[in-house]
Design a protein around this ligand. Structure first.
Ligand SMILES: O=C(O)CCC(=O)N[C@@H](CCC(=O)O)C(=O)O
Ligand SMILES: [Zn+2]
Length: 345
């Protein structure tokens, strides 16, 4: 395994197709970088020396198995770190989330992993499926990684996804609920440098991975949506060049110079979180309606036995509409325009 990893860095392929060969171990590359192989799909790289300015960065991808563009970006970074063509300036943990779902090119095998964080993996019936077990492993390995950071180091978590449908704003990020903590102007600049100029303020508690790391580790965290679901190898990676370059700089440059001009950022806040309550939940717009399609006040958005849902304001837009979620889960978010002043940055 080692010779293959050092020659090609194909950690993701090994993890996917020969997981038993991926044994936990720490090695040191010729350039002095320490590599901690933690489990299939989970690996950390640490520079030979860390200092008070070192960042602790978690890049998770593939929490949904068919969201391939970010998996390909992270696979490429991991390959270049293993083979020494990139040298990290900060500690970075890569987590390729749902290896089983990648194998079947599906969002998940049994249960949506991105609803299983903040300990939800162990609630109710407990860790009864592979997604629940893996969500706990992702949480545990993140906790161990951030524990090394101590209290003062900057902790970052970008949970990289792609949307199921087209989006009017192709790249966007969900800023998890901060419970009154300040929003970060620097983080918005970082998103902009990634080509992500649309930000959606969640403003409520969830059990997503980015909310978990924000709440429980005080990390600067985002769910980042890069384009639309495509099979492996079929992404137009040119569309994600800014994200790829900026993530590379984040990992490899001691200090990032970011453009502080946020005037072209588009900020939305969530207005309605519509959870599915009945089997007959139905959307009232076309299947190919893109994310951020806006409606007029009073337009009917969805219905199900016992409830009808309407746009409450002119310009209210839908994000992540999905009638096929399980009962109790989010079937639509609606968002309304907000501003930088609204979040005081
Ligand atoms: O396109 C969709 O419907 C879903 C894309 C996706 O996986 N989005 C994340 C967002 C998580 C968040 O709200 O922070 C998800 O639904 O898990
Ligand atoms: Zn996703």
């Amino acid at each position: 395994m080692l010779s293959r990893l050092l020659a090609h860095g194909d950690f993701l392929n090994l993890s996917r197709f020969s997981p038993d060969a991926v044994k936990p171990q720490t090695l040191q590359l010729e350039n002095g970088v320490h590599v901690h192989i933690i489990a299939p799909g989970i690996v950390a790289f640490c520079p030979q020396t860390l200092n008070l300015k070192s960042k602790y960065i978690v890049l998770s991808s593939g929490v949904h198995g068919n969201e391939t563009a970010p998996i390909e970006i992270c696979d490429d970074l991991v390959k270049r770190l293993f083979t020494g063509s990139l040298v990290p300036a900060h500690a970075v943990l890569f987590q390729f989330g749902n290896l089983d779902a990648m194998a079947i090119a599906k969002r998940f095998t049994e249960e949506n992993m991105n609803r299983l964080f903040c300990g939800a993996h162990s609630a109710g019936e407990g860790r009864v499926n592979d997604e629940r077990i893996r969500a706990k492993q992702l949480e545990d390995t993140m906790a161990a990684f951030f524990a090394d950071a101590g209290d003062n180091a900057e902790k970052l978590h970008y949970d990289l996804h792609t949307a199921i449908r087209e989006s009017k704003n192709e790249k966007f990020a969900v800023y998890p609920f901060l419970h009154g903590k300040p929003y970060s102007r620097e983080q918005l600049s970082f998103m902009k440098a990634c080509g992500v100029k649309t930000i959606l303020l969640s403003e409520s508690a969830t059990t997503t991975y980015s909310y978990h790391s924000s709440l429980n580790h005080g990390a600067h965290s985002f769910t980042v949506e890069l384009g639309k679901v495509q099979p492996f190898g079929q992404n137009d990676m040119a569309r994600f060049e800014e994200a790829r370059n900026t993530l590379t700089s984040l990992v490899c440059e001691p200090h990032l110079s970011l453009d502080d001009d946020l005037s072209d950022m588009v900020i939305y806040r969530v207005n309605q979180v519509i959870n599915k309550q009945a089997d007959d939940f139905e959307l009232y717009f076309a299947d190919d309606t893109p994310n951020f399609m806006d409606f007029k006040q009073g337009d009917k958005l969805a219905s199900e036995t016992g409830a009808k849902y309407f746009a409450e304001q002119d310009g209210e837009a839908v994000v992540f509409p999905n009638a096929n979620v399980v009962i109790g889960q989010r079937a639509i978010l609606t968002v309304v325009p907000a501003s930088l002043e609204y979040i005081n940055v």
